[in-house]
Design a protein around this ligand. Structure first.
Ligand SMILES: NC(=O)c1ccc[n+]([C@@H]2O[C@H](COP(=O)([O-])OP(=O)(O)OC[C@H]3O[C@@H](n4cnc5c(N)ncnc54)[C@H](OP(=O)(O)O)[C@@H]3O)[C@@H](O)[C@H]2O)c1
Length: 283
């Protein structure tokens, strides 16, 4: 049994990493600016990427750390390097960084710089590079599709993407944190690329009401996102990712779940079936 620090402990992957660590008999610290209450095996700890005085109290005494970069901030290499250096000094044995699929393919980008910055500290490091999360349709920017208006607004045309279940990301992260899988970089995706219209059809079937995909020009989506308060550079980056999907460059399937866990990744259909209770609006 070991103790782990989980950054982003209230987020889509961190929450699941905590649950799976505890289920496997480990203890953990859930770190966030607002970390929530304690629960069996989980101790909350205040952590703020913008306040370096919070790093050492969170890290001291833990065996391994799951690193979720600061939200809505593109450049974070310097903060991640500072955390990695401190972790090494404090005797932390390994880190697993949440990155994103494809960052190693682009010539130069902030997320890949963070991967390199963490590895450059000398702390043994694993990296999970997921595709887009299925949970974006229930817990993030596409949630209105399932919680209110039934519309997925995405400038993706006929482009397809192999969405991944965040439970699978967490399972791979836990395998790396606990030494059940070798450290390395793992590209993760679901087992099949789906057009957004196909995603809408699956959600419709499990929600018991119509969910539609509404396409629009990428620039219109970016303008709307900026109007809704998304930082302009972040909206620009998401616009670039949507364009990759739209142009058919992000439809590949990755084998990282199989490599790390020895089982296939969860399909979008199986994820939606599992979530059917929460996809159905209350009467
Ligand atoms: N969503 C996807 O489809 C997708 C796909 C590939 C990669 N990713 C990557 O996943 C990462 C997570 O993004 P997400 O949007 O899905 O968020 P998330 O993990 O669901 O939520 C963010 C978590 O980080 C904490 N947090 C945010 N800002 C913080 C700060 N300044 N200091 C300390 N803790 C902070 C939040 O809690 P508090 O607000 O209480 O601090 C929360 O626990 C991003 O790096 C993204 O690039 C996402």
């Amino acid at each position: 049994m070991t103790t782990h620090l989980v950054l982003g402990g209230t987020g889509k992957t961190g929450r699941r990493v905590l649950t799976q660590l505890v289920a496997a008999g480990h203890t953990a610290r859930a770190a966030a600016r607002t970390p929530g209450p304690a629960s069996p095996g989980v101790e909350p700890v205040h952590f703020d990427w913008a306040d370096r005085s919070t790093y050492a109290p969170a890290l001291s005494g833990v065996d391994a750390v799951y690193v979720v970069p600061p939200a809505l901030q593109l450049e974070h290499a310097e903060q991640i390097a500072a955390l990695g250096t401190l972790a090494l000094d404090l005797g932390v044995s390994r880190a697993v960084l949440l990155s994103a699929r494809g960052v190693d393919k682009a010539p130069d980008n902030a997320t890949f710089r963070s991967e390199q910055a963490l590895a450059g500290t000398g702390l043994p490091t694993g990296v999970v590079r997921p595709s887009w999360f299925a949970q974006n349709f229930t817990e993030s920017f596409f949630a209105p599709a399932t919680s209110s208006d039934g519309v997925i607004v995405a400038p993706t045309g006929e482009g397809a993407h192999a969405f991944i279940d965040a439970e699978d990301i967490a399972a791979v992260a836990v395998a790396l944190l606990t030494g059940q899988a070798p450290l390395g970089a793992y590209d993760l995706s679901g087992p099949q690329a789906l057009r957004f219209s196909e995603v809408a059809a699956i959600l419709s079937a499990h929600a018991g009401r119509e969910v539609k995909h509404v396409d629009l020009p990428v620039d219109d989506w970016k303008a709307g996102a900026a109007q809704n308060g998304l930082p302009a550079d972040y909206a620009e980056m998401l616009g670039m990712l949507f364009t990759l999907i739209r142009d058919g460059y992000d439809a590949d399937v990755s084998d990282g779940v199989q490599r790390a866990l020895g089982r296939p990744a969860t399909s979008f259909e199986d994820w939606a079936a599992r979530e059917a209770g929460s996809l159905r609006l209350p009467d």
